[in-house]
Design a protein around this ligand. Structure first.
Ligand code: WTA
Length: 631
């Protein structure tokens, strides 16, 4: 379902010698073997590099398929992300450098960031937010996104960040499912020369989400917004009150206490609340940030993701801050006002490590290399990519033009569920464009058939993880049964990722793409069922089916087949209406690229839409087994 990856096992890139020798994992093979011989001993060693209020009694309490990592320990991820740096020279080191799309800037040292987090944590406490309460964060890419997350974590509240590009329906269902008491939003954000009206969307969502008692509004865009007197308060006003004091102890939590939930698309219309906990997640993201990105104190590290996605949680906020990095964050679009905005940021901030997506690379590639060449990118040392398979053409462009043939590319495979990078090169790895190469230390990954038996080299199979890992999801929020079924029962005994993959003769892994009804559109994860339910909520639509089609830029384009209610005509005007409707319901990323009006949809006798068949027909592929097809 992804951009076809043409494995070219002969095209290999040796790591730059100096970089490989001096990186945090120069001897991958040796460390990997040791980690697999005794995974729990290995992870305990890794965990000892972090601070804990009280040590664990057991490294892993594994009650299949539920894992309690570092059982009995007391900790808080904020103790490691902020507090412990304050006792070192890093106190006055830049933690966060931020640039808005209009060009305004802000920066925070570790001391300043920790202070803002404490102040906001006190604000939340004064509103009655307690350990275990849910707080929804719906913000543009501004520092308050990070401050809000860390403030929740500090007091043991559970944050649920919703991507600022989602619309009111998506926001509403996420708030309702989590029963959040507080929503943090803004008067708008700058994106692509426009102001995104987040508050308006938040108002529509909250109108049907009665759990929300307070809406905290950050002033960002200066836009005129409606403030409900009994419900809405300005962030800056709260922060100027005496309750917003800088003294706030970091809560001593159980390693197993929830840190955040993040909704992600699955096979049903209802997004799943992936739940992560403090202890294991903290260890997983700390270690993988160090191994993969080889973070050093003099680095300027930039991950272009939005904190609304897991990549932002693990590799903008928690992983880099635990490692004491200087993190760059940029609010806007890569091409605003011109296609060299990103390269200008790299030049002006001296970015050394850049982590982005294949979709962004393909998008910027379109404008040609002159936009890259006019900027000085000599500060870069390491590149990264995530979110979907990277096609070798985009890989080479990134390598040659952005990295100027000096910077290895870390093609990192992981998921919202895994919490941390699982399969990826490290700077000492020999690279193959399009391959995520090998599992990281402590991770046992394999490619197997439906019975769990490893498939021969160069054959497609299911990507699975064979042992628990520290940053693994704890469960699905309020739905442990679905957690078990979804991930641990498809192939008994192992974690099924939902991706197909292939291992080559050298043991390098090539991820092919999703095998379930999940689409990766521009690297964003969307369920076909979500697109379909958005469509059927339109007055004219009786039934709908959505499929992915390979697309040069987006990886996948969304094609939908729509059955209209009687009395409606399938006009071009209606197509436009439906596109706008889906954009409003779900968000602009979910807008269908192609709409076909049809009289009926192929279904199984039990009434399930056969998307596989629609897709095969659309792409001219073999139809496969159609014996369950209804007449
Ligand atoms: C896909 C994003 C190939 C995969 C961190 C996975 C990738 C899904 C890669 C998870 C990669 C992510 N190569 N495919 N390097 N990274 N994927 O939860 O299909 O938004 O299952 O997490 O993205 O998407 P999610």
């Amino acid at each position: 379902m992804a951009v076809p990856v043409v494995p070219s096992e002969t095209e290999v890139y040796e790591p730059p010698a100096g970089l490989a020798a001096g990186c945090s994992l120069p001897n991958y093979e040796e460390v990997y073997q040791r980690s697999i011989a005794d995974p729990e001993g290995f992870w305990a060693e890794v965990a000892k590099e972090l601070q804990w209020f009280e040590p664990w009694k057991q490294v892993l309490d594994w009650q299949y398929p539920f894992a309690k990592w570092f059982a009995g320990a007391k900790c808080n991820i904020v103790q490691n992300a902020l507090d412990r740096h304050l006792a070192t020279w890093r106190r006055n080191k830049a933690a966060l450098l931020w640039e808005g799309e209009p060009g305004d800037t802000r920066s925070y040292t570790y001391f300043q960031l920790a202070r803002e987090v404490s102040r906001f944590a006190n604000v939340l406490k004064s509103m009655g937010v307690r350990k275990g309460d849910r707080v929804t964060i719906y913000l543009p890419r501004i520092p308050e996104q990070v401050i809000g997350m860390l403030a929740c974590a500090k007091i043991g509240a559970i944050h649920s960040v919703v991507y600022g590009g989602f619309s009111h329906e998506a926001l509403r269902t996420r708030i309702q499912d989590s029963e959040a008491r507080v929503l943090i939003t803004a008067d708008g954000g700058h994106y692509n020369g426009k102001v995104v009206q987040l508050k308006e969307i938040a108002d529509q969502a909250v109108a049907h989400a009665p759990s929300v008692e307070v809406v905290i509004v950050v002033r960002r865009a200066g836009a005129q917004v409606n403030m409900e007197p009994a419900r809405d308060v300005w962030y800056h006003e709260l922060m100027s009150l005496p309750i917003a004091s800088a003294e706030c102890p970091t809560e001593r939590l159980d390693a197993d206490d929830p840190l955040f939930m993040l909704y992600t698309s699955g096979t049903t219309g209802q997004p799943k609340g992936i739940l992560h906990v403090h202890g294991g997640y903290m260890v997983g993201v700390a270690a993988t940030t160090k191994w993969v990105f080889d973070i050093r104190d003099e680095d300027t590290y930039w991950c272009t993701a939005d904190a609304g996605w897991v990549t932002g949680h693990s590799y903008i906020v928690y992983g880099p801050l635990i490692n004491g990095a200087t993190v760059l964050m940029y609010e806007g679009a890569p091409t605003a006002p011109r296609p060299d905005r990103w390269w200008g940021l790299v030049e002006r901030y001296g970015v050394t490590v850049l982590y982005t997506t294949p979709t962004a690379i393909r998008g910027l590639m379109r404008f040609g290399q002159s936009w890259v060449n006019r900027r000085d990118l000599s500060s870069l040392r390491l590149l990264g990519t995530v979110g979907e398979p990277i096609n070798p053409e985009a890989w080479r462009w990134y390598y040659n033009n952005v990295g100027r043939k000096r910077c290895p590319i870390m093609d990192t495979w992981w998921q919202t569920e895994t919490g941390m990078i699982m399969i990826s090169p490290v700077p000492s790895t020999r690279l193959k464009p399009g391959s995520a190469t090998r599992p990281l230390p402590g991770v046992v990954a394999d490619v197997v058939d439906e019975h769990g038996k490893p498939v021969p080299a160069d054959h497609d199979g299911f990507l699975v993880i064979k042992r628990p890992w520290p940053a693994m999801l704890r469960t699905l929020y309020k739905d442990p049964e679905r957690y078990r079924e979804n991930y641990w029962e498809k192939i008994p005994g192992v974690y099924t990722a939902g991706d197909s993959a292939r291992k080559d003769k050298d043991g390098d892994i090539w991820v092919i793409g999703r095998i379930d009804d999940v689409l990766k559109v521009s690297g964003y994860r969307l369920g076909t069922a979500e697109v379909e339910s958005a469509l059927v909520s339109h007055a004219a639509v009786s039934e709908a089916a959505a499929i992915g089609k390979p697309h040069d830029l987006k990886g996948n384009a969304i094609k939908v087949f729509v059955v209209l209610k009687s009395g409606y005509q399938g006009t071009d005007k209606l197509k436009d209406d439906l596109r706008v409707h889906v954009g409003k319901e779900l968000g602009p990323i979910a807008r269908p690229d192609e709409i076909d009006f049809v009289n009926s949809l192929p279904k199984t006798r039990s009434g399930k839409i056969m998307r596989r068949l629609l897709r095969a027909r659309e792409l001219g592929l073999p139809e496969g087994d159609t014996s369950t097809l209804e007449d």
